[in-house]
Design a protein around this ligand. Structure first.
Ligand code: R5P
Length: 304
């Protein structure tokens, strides 16, 4: 028997996986102690069962992380035969190195805590970089979050694909490889002031994109500053439309307005967090996620 434990941040993926698997759902009971601490209890037995805990770490990243750790510990103490995790959005992944003296490697703290509790596999949708996999090691499974967005752009002719920074170029190429009519793949130069967070973007190549459309591909939209800067630069190159494809739609307050004001006409995002803003097309990734997880956890199973 496979048991799925969906936590409070999961945008519905756990339930859908359970129904595809014919697995059981085990709910959690949670409450806040009077002083604000989180209490959690599993509402079903996990003894001897294979368990998949599903969570997404936004909004309230710290709270979602504690909830995740408590659920993992409860499942291990309840003698589950194995405990695996699906994290649709892994928070803290952008602090994956020491950029300024005195900083921690935040994603290392997150992943080591999970691993130390005894988790087996951790499935993470589009984890920002390859550093989390290097930190966690064997058992860390990346799930491609951009490929399932590609069908939304299949009908578009001669799309110029852009990564808003050099770090995301592989992601942009990955999406481009799934589209039939890509004109070219470019990246924008992006410099972030590590003290103020201010972004400076520019395009170093001489390119003329008159009559073309552009698609910017990114993993996360938070303040929208990266996308807005990129869109303005791309529109200066003569494109008729700028679209955006993004895996994790964080959208802090004011971000959607900033992006719209920059001239973006369409925003397509994965449904990886339980936070929705108007004007964004959300694409359910559960089928894709399920297939990837099933390939690894149930290699002998015939998919429903
Ligand atoms: C940065 O490396 C990420 O890939 C995103 O481009 C970034 O997190 C977006 O943040 P914001 O929307 O605040 O510019």
């Amino acid at each position: 028997m496979y048991s799925i434990i969906p936590l409070s941040g999961d945008p519905g993926v756990g339930e859908k996986i359970a129904s595809l698997l014919g697995g059981e759902i085990i709910r959690t009971y949670t409450k806040d102690h009077p002083d604000g601490e989180l209490y959690l209890r599993l509402e079903g037995r996990v003894r001897g069962k294979r368990v998949l805990i599903t969570q997404s770490m936004y909004p309230m990243q710290d709270r979602k992380f504690i909830e995740l750790l408590l659920a993992v510990d409860a499942a291990i103490r309840g003698e589950a035969s194995e405990v695996n995790l699906l994290i649709s959005y892994l928070a803290y992944a952008r602090q994956d190195k020491v950029f300024l003296e005195g900083e921690p490697v935040s994603i290392g703290v997150i992943l080591k805590s999970i691993k130390d509790l005894g988790v087996g596999r951790v499935f993470v949708v589009e984890p920002h970089s390859d550093i989390p996999k290097k930190i966690y090691g064997e058992g860390f499974v990346e799930i491609d979050g951009v490929t399932p967005l590609a069908p939304q752009f299949i009908g578009e002719e001669e799309l110029a694909i852009f990564s808003p920074d050099i770090g995301g170029i592989e992601r942009a190429r990955r999406l481009a490889s799934k589209l039939p009519n890509v004109y070219a793949v470019y990246h924008i130069e992006k410099q972030r002031d590590r003290y103020t967070g201010e972004i400076r973007s520019f395009i170093s190549e001489e390119i003329d994109l008159k009559g073309k459309k552009a698609l910017i591909v990114d993993d996360i939209i938070s303040t929208g500053g990266t996308i807005a800067n990129a869109a303005k630069l791309i529109l200066e190159k003569g494109v008729s439309k700028v679209y955006v494809a993004c895996v994790h739609p964080i959208f802090v307050k004011g971000s959607i307005e900033r992006i719209r004001a920059s001239g973006v006409s369409r925003i397509v995002c994965g449904k990886t967090v339980k936070h929705y803003v108007e004007g964004v097309e959300y694409i359910d990734l559960y089928m894709y996620i399920y297939t990837k997880i099933a390939e690894i956890l149930f290699p002998s199973m015939s998919y429903k």
